[in-house]
Design a binder for this molecule. Structure first.
Ligand code: G4P
Length: 287
């Protein structure tokens, strides 16, 4: 979805998206909020709660295959404590996706019991999927639909007739996911989204972004940096110095032996996004 990265979110877009979601809301029994398991806070749209009001909500920590499992467990506990239904998924391979219908049935069990009592046992559960660009909405819909459908138009502001996609287990999805705007006014969130490649990484220059990522990894995942880039776990230095160490250790040198930090930055971002450094979470719930 490279084109999604070029969307400039502005109030007009936001108002239109908001209208579309508000219009679709009465049609669904629940909303599924997709978050990136590596950064559940920053990949969350700040206005979703206000927009979907009291609609039952299932939080899906997607890209769980890329996140640190122990941290993901903490996030699950964190959201459950707040009363949300939570599940994890890897929508790229489909792992965990079969838990979708059971999680919804559990979330909606009181409503379903009422329908059953009224003799409406076969009534489908209708759901809308919501999330910021690149969090995996299309991938999840495709997985749930079992490859039966054409590619959905997933561009902000594109209106067309909405259709229901039947999945197994009596769950129907609105075929157009709600594309929410990311938290761009929060600089810290924007930086972390850029680290994962969810938004354009030109909000900071690549070296500055990589230096910040290295500093964070050095604190939280020192072994990963030691293993891959030979940056000692007890090495001292700011992010940019760590980037210089990485460049030297990887033999990325300019003439005169100057570390090529630009090349190192590109390599780090690529390798982090490609999970070459292992499964890493960039955010942990507050204790
Ligand atoms: P969107 O509709 O929310 O915008 O997201 P989309 O499904 O297009 O997914 C964005 C990128 O994230 C895609 O990668 C997709 O394969 C990947 N992705 C989605 N869910 C998961 C997941 O659970 N785990 C992992 N590891 N990746 C996931 P891409 O590089 O843009 O495309 P492709 O090369 O995979 O085709």
């Amino acid at each position: 979805m490279d084109d999604m990265k070029d969307i400039q979110w502005f109030p007009g877009h936001m108002a239109k998206t908001r209208r579309q979601i508000t219009k679709s809301l009465p049609l669904v029994d629940a909303v599924a909020e997709l978050l990136d398991a590596r950064l559940p806070m920053s990949s969350r749209n700040p206005d979703l709660g206000a927009m979907t009001k009291r609609k039952p909500r299932l939080i899906i920590l997607n890209k769980a295959d890329m996140a640190d499992q122990s941290v993901t467990q903490q996030w699950i506990a964190y959201y459950q404590k707040q009363g949300f239904a939570v599940m994890t998924a890897d929508s790229k391979t489909g792992r965990g996706v079969k838990g979708f219908a059971p999680a919804l049935r559990e979330l909606l069990k009181d409503d379903l019991a009422k329908y059953a009592a009224k003799g409406m046992k076969g009534r489908p559960i209708r759901v809308m999927i919501l999330g910021i660009p690149n969090v995996g909405k299309s991938s999840l819909i495709n997985r749930l639909a079992g490859g039966k459908r054409a590619k959905a138009e997933d561009r902000a502001g594109v209106t067309r007739t909405q259709q229901w996609i039947k999945t197994s287990d009596g769950v129907e999805l609105l075929d157009t996911p709600g594309v929410l705007w990311p938290k761009l006014d929060d600089q810290e969130a924007a930086v972390r989204l850029a680290m994962t490649g969810a938004i354009r990484d030109d909000i900071l220059d690549k070296e500055a972004l990589a230096a910040r990522l290295l500093a964070q990894l050095h604190l939280d995942y020192p072994q990963a940096l030691a293993d891959r880039y030979k940056i000692a776990a007890d090495a001292e230095g700011e992010g940019f110095e760590l980037l210089e160490m990485m460049a030297k250790n990887r033999g990325m040198l300019l003439s005169g032996g100057v570390p090529n930090t630009e090349r190192a930055a590109i390599t780090l971002l690529d390798e982090f996004r490609g999970t070459k450094l292992g499964r890493i979470s960039l955010e942990r719930p507050a204790k």
